[in-house]
Ligand binder design. Structure first.
Ligand SMILES: [Zn+2]
Length: 192
């Protein structure tokens, strides 16, 4: 079998890391509201599930392994106002959580992403969507977290400026990386 029969691992450039830095930078400063047991019971009741029993992913029905933020905390490198609180948390499986990313849940669920529930031919999607719509209505009552307003414009701006310095450094390193890559590619090509 020739090497070309395989898909070679794609090199991940530095540029691809900026979104994980943004995620960490914003995620790390968002508030967390710890729910009471009663609030967890209420949240799970939208999906006919109970605390203490095996939880199922609300998107696809597989066993749940984690809590997923239904509405994204970050969009276009900015905080959306959502944070970690029970009205925005649903039991999910790893596959769904990773595949969904920062996309709007319904578009993703019924869309054509490789691991979306529809694409994995999961049954009962209509009921799951309906349950999630009801759950989302319940979440609409809660105030959003406006970080800039809470901490003041000056401090917020200071943080954004510090982050922008990181992005600029990444861009600078990326330019050098491309230059180095051009040389290593020709080095590989010379190999017997
Ligand atoms: Zn799932």
């Amino acid at each position: 079998m020739a090497i070309t029969d395989f898909l070679l691992p794609k090199p991940h450039g530095l540029g691809a890391r900026t979104s994980s830095i943004t995620n960490a930078a914003i995620n790390g400063i968002l508030p967390i509201a710890y729910p009471t047991e009663m609030e967890i019971d209420k949240a799970l009741s939208f999906f006919n599930q109970q605390r203490g029993s095996e939880l199922a992913c609300v998107y696809c029905g597989d066993p749940a392994t984690e809590w997923d933020h239904l509405r994204p905390l970050i969009k276009d490198k900015k905080p959306t106002g959502e944070y970690t609180q029970i009205r925005n948390l649903v039991p999910a499986c790893g596959k769904c959580n990773q595949s969904k990313g920062n996309k709007y849940w319904k578009d993703w669920m019924l869309g054509s992403a490789p691991l979306s529930p529809r694409n994995r031919s999961k049954v009962g999607l209509d009921l799951r969507v309906k349950n999630l719509e009801e759950f989302e209505k319940w979440g609409k009552d809660i105030d959003k977290a406006n970080l800039e307003k809470t901490v003041g414009h000056e401090l917020w701006d200071k943080y954004l400026r510090a982050l922008n310095k990181i992005y600029k450094s990444i861009d600078e390193a990326e330019v050098v990386a491309i230059e180095i890559k051009a040389k290593t590619v020709s080095f590989e090509a010379k190999k017997p």
